[in-house]
Design a protein around this ligand. Sequence first.
Ligand SMILES: [Cu+2]
Length: 332
Amino acid sequence: MTGIAQAQEVAKEAVAAASEAPAAGSYVPMTPTEGIGMPTPGGIGFQKQFSADGEYAAWMHDAILLPIIVVITLFVLFLLLWVMARYNKRTNPTPSKTSHNTLIEIVWTLLPVLILVVIAVPSFRLLASQYAPAPEKALTVKVTGNQWYWTYSYTDNGGFEVISNMLNQKGQPVVNAGIREAGSKPWDGPAQLEVDNRLVLPVGEKIRIQATAADVIHAFAVPSLWFKIDAVPGRINERVLQIDKPGVYYGQCSELCGARHGYMPIAVEALPRDKFNAWVMTHAGAKIDGQPEPAAAASAPAAGASEPAADASVTPAADASAAPSASAAPGA
Ligand SMILES: [Cu+2]
């Protein structure tokens, strides 16, 4: 009995694997790294940052804000304790009648102003950097918040759409009917954060994220990428995202949006350009966007070397990369 059951299991798995293999094509979801791009137990600081703005902001927090706050807090605490001990009714029965001291007044006016200026300089720099517009040719991805899931539209890649639902949790009530359980695939990250279809993005380039919503206000937020933007119905908010390293980065909707607000997580998977392009091409009607392609980048040094053989080897590759977009255009 067990032998037959086992054989049936094996056969079923083989069929499942065979039916999955062609669909997945050249894309297999990345397995996240424990503690990277996700909260850690007992963590109280920022998550490790994987974008230039995030690294700058974390530095500003650690090197400027926190030391200043600590010094001010300790100084005020010292003053309070000193006044309580030295100038209470018992130790100081006849108080001074002083009501004015020019030097102290100048100091306690100028010092806070200087502190604010010291904070303002990196703060404005960060603010400006966060909202700098994307380069014209940047890849555009539209993020739409829905009650209670996200949709990602790849407008530059033929306009296909990815619907992203939170995975159900083992032993817990089903949140999304028909969606598998977290942990049922080897690449699944933490329950409550992992989704069935991730937001896949290329690494190391500026991406124009346009956020909107279909019903109520949501907010698209990924802490380890220093990225948060409101998704408002009838309106498009835009911000540039650039991810330093390939990896999986988790976030959550960050605007109270209804009963299942806590069950619409975000999973961003950042891939090198060639792998991202391969993922794009697993979708019907997809085409590669007009980003600087690996083929174009490779042809530049080859042309500099001025070897006809090298040129000839580059041309078919360029044709091959152009072919899918040309064939997809009439279909789309
Ligand atoms: Cu929401």
